[in-house]
Design a protein around this ligand. Structure first.
Ligand code: DGL
Length: 266
């Protein structure tokens, strides 16, 4: 077996990033861990999320021999990225910088928004990253507690989720942004609802595609790419109920997610 790419999220959200990575790099193997047994991360103290991220990333290295780790969770990346980069023996790619780079390239009026979990928004990681990418861009951010829970239940449309989105997104609508970054990997599943609330003039930006390009570049730089003639294999693990993970995962991700196995914290 070749060395796979490792990827993790609190649950199903990172599958939006996995989709992009698999589509761009179909010759690479991938191991994905969804920590559905302990999700959501977004309302937990930073120290707890840092511990979860460390446990999963260590398991990806030690148990699955991954060659690179993608932190496909904004909440984990916003509080644990530096620590993971400092301690892991493999390159680490996050969703934050790739998303921000797409965001600052998309805006025309230089007013942008980001939405994410309470943990992500409170960490200030996006203020920092947008400021570093383009100091002339002004950012308005909003935490959106509750949206992740809808996705994890498989409820990605309907009156309830629309009502909550209208309430949470009101400050962003009023700020007159022309581009909105979905700063939580679960939110692309709600893109139609969010777009409906924001109106047709606001471009939604997700980090999945840009992150996949960052992974490709990182593999090339480190000379870790696999032979383009091979077909990659994909393995999905969940710390919660693997059957539910496979069931909802298949709906959200597509038929390649045929089954999921149990991942247990050591
Ligand atoms: N999908 C994750 C993120 O990008 C985590 C959501 C959560 O567990 O609260 O922030």
């Amino acid at each position: 077996m070749v060395q796979p790419i490792g990827m993790f999220d609190s649950g199903f959200g990172g599958l939006t990033v996995a989709r992009a990575v698999i589509d761009l790099l179909p010759n690479e193997d991938l191991v994905y861990i969804g920590d559905t047994g302990r999700y959501p991360y977004g309302n937990k103290p930073a120290a707890e999320v840092q511990r979860f991220a460390h446990e999963i990333a260590t398991s990806l290295v030690n148990d699955f021999d991954v060659k690179l780790i993608v932190v496909a969770c904004n909440t984990a990346a916003s509080v644990a990225l530096e620590q993971l980069k400092d301690t892991l023996p493999v390159p680490v790619v996050s969703v934050i910088e790739p998303g921000v780079s797409a965001l600052v390239q998309t805006t025309r009026n230089k007013r942008v928004g980001v939405i994410g979990t309470v943990g992500t928004i409170d960490s200030g990681a996006y203020e920092h990253a947008v400021g570093a990418a383009d100091a002339s861009v002004s950012l308005v951010s909003a935490a959106c507690p509750g949206l992740v829970e809808f996705v994890e239940r498989g409820q990605t449309s309907g009156a309830e989720v629309t009502l909550l989105a209208e309430r949470l997104l009101a400050p962003i609508v009023h700020a007159g942004v022309d581009s909105l970054l979905l700063g939580c990997t679960h939110y692309p599943y709600l893109a139609r609802v969010i777009s409906d609330v924001m109106g047709p003039d606001v471009v939604l930006v997700s980090s999945g595609d840009e992150t996949a390009f960052a992974v490709k570049e990182m593999l090339e730089v480190a000379q870790l790419q696999e032979d383009t003639s091979r077909v990659g294999e994909h393995f999905f693990y969940s710390s919660g109920d693997p059957e539910w993970f496979a069931h909802l995962g298949r709906r959200l991700f597509g038929p390649e997610l045929s089954d999921a196995q149990s991942w247990i914290v050591k």
